[in-house]
Ligand binder design. Structure first.
Ligand SMILES: Cc1cc2nc3c(=O)[nH]c(=O)nc-3n(C[C@H](O)[C@H](O)[C@H](O)COP(=O)(O)OP(=O)(O)OC[C@H]3O[C@@H](n4cnc5c(N)ncnc54)[C@H](O)[C@@H]3O)c2cc1C
Length: 385
């Protein structure tokens, strides 16, 4: 059995784990990042890659999101991690959504967060294929970015290995972790042991291997999302993150608009409500368009009940609504997949010190590509204060 001592061991190399490792390395710590799979293949690589502080609630999460934007851009200036800055747009499809984007524009101005309102005509010029009868106007955030979910985290890890002295061990399932005789002991399923002063567990939705009782007694639920991707679109460009009417009705930032409750913006068609559908588009670097998504929920302990199948009824609802919004050159699909993330019913993220110097940080929900880099920076400060 080999043993090596680190300042900090991170379990899980998704967005949360990798960004905790990044801030730990930047602090000059000797960091070991352990990942159970050959490369991370969970929520962090299955998403849209939309970095959208504009959708987050004001205060804490918008702050993390805006700080994440700075971190992504700073990383991109040193190493290509696939950041593109083409902004985010929320397209209103009726008077209710139009009122909300106008109100959010006023709020943004007070908060010093740059956004501009686009007229219907401006939207139609900026976003080719956008349907005239869908669009009533939009709010646009020029500072926001996208990343390529199938590349970003692998490149951040590569950067940390090359330039920040990170030690990274993929294909290493951590099966034991405890604080014993003044240090943290971490063991993997092949019997290798590592020690450290501190451990941060960012296990995503894997609740079986480490401290299962903590998760099973928590109010964490798992959400299953259905996603799809078209084949590459020839000679067609759709820039940035495209969010639409149902997202305006769903995202937290809009809930804070003064007339959100009176407009009954939460009242949406039953088929969308049943499957938690809202429609987002993002063109990947290869020209394909990622389209989603839906939300189904099960408690952490029973997440297997969500199943592995891609439900065709949900796909049809997503595609039908997507076609009402855009006229794409081709709707031929190249892939369908499911993504899963944990979220707490009562907290915006799950944080717990489960033993001396052993911290769990997980269940960041649907905001991990936007908020993880900023949240991780603050956690490292807190843990090392
Ligand atoms: C379909 C979909 C679309 C989304 N779109 C967006 C978006 O556009 N913008 C946005 O901001 N957010 C989005 N999200 C949310 C975002 O993807 C997640 O919040 C984020 O990826 C969660 O990161 P994580 O590190 O907590 O979890 P994960 O990505 O699940 O990473 C956890 C990692 O820990 C590893 N691990 C677990 N247990 C162990 C163990 N015992 N030993 C070793 N390794 C272990 C796992 O293998 C995994 O790699 C989306 C999510 C989904 C599913």
């Amino acid at each position: 059995m080999r043993s090596t001592h680190y300042d900090l061991i991170i379990v899980g190399a998704g967005a949360l784990g990798s960004f905790h490792a990044y801030h730990g390395c930047n602090k000059g710590l000797k960091v070991l990042l352990l990942e159970k799979d050959i490369q991370p293949q969970e929520a962090t690589v299955r998403n849209f890659g939309q970095v959208v502080p504009s959708g987050m609630s004001r205060g804490k999460w918008q702050h993390y999101g805006r700080r994440s934007l700075e971190i992504y851009k700073s990383l991109q200036s040193k190493f290509d991690i696939s950041v593109r800055q083409h902004g985010s747009v929320y397209i209103a499809s009726d008077e209710t959504e139009l009122t909300l984007i106008n109100e959010l524009s006023d709020i943004n101005q007070k908060d010093g967060y740059t956004s501009t309102l686009l007229t219907k005509k401006e939207c139609l010029e900026k976003y080719p294929g956008l349907k005239e009868d869908y669009c009533k106007g939009a709010i646009f955030y020029p500072d926001e970015i996208t990343v390529e979910p199938d590349k970003m985290i692998h490149r951040v890890i590569a950067f940390m290995g090359e330039q920040l002295q990170l030690t990274y061990r993929p294909d290493t399932l951590v099966s034991f972790c405890d604080f014993v005789n003044g240090k943290c002991i971490v063991e993997d399923n092949l019997g290798n042991a590592y020690t450290s002063d501190k451990v941060i567990i960012c296990n995503g939705r894997d609740f079986r291997n480490l401290y299962p009782q903590v998760f099973y007694e928590s109010d964490i639920e798992v959400s299953k999302l259905q996603m799809m991707k078209t084949v590459p679109q020839n000679n067609y460009k759709l820039h940035g993150s495209i969010l639409t009417g149902l997202s305006i009705r769903r995202y937290e930032s809009f809930h804070e608009c003064p007339s959100y409750p009176t407009l009954k913006a939460g009242e949406i068609e039953e088929r969308f409500k049943k499957w938690g559908v809202h429609i987002l588009f993002k063109q990947a670097a290869d020209g394909s368009i990622i389209i989603g998504d839906s939300h189904q929920y099960a408690d952490a302990k029973q997440q297997d009940k969500l199943g592995f199948e891609v439900n065709q009824e949900i796909n049809e609802i997503i595609i039908e609504e997507a076609k009402r919004i855009f006229n794409l050159p081709t709707w031929k699909m190249a892939a369908y997949w499911n993504g899963y993330y944990g979220q707490s019913k009562s907290h915006d993220v799950f944080k717990k010190e489960v033993a001396t110097n052993i911290h769990i940080v997980t269940a960041i929900g649907g905001k991990g590509m936007t908020g993880s880099a900023g949240l991780a920076e603050e956690n490292i400060k807190e843990i090392y204060c």
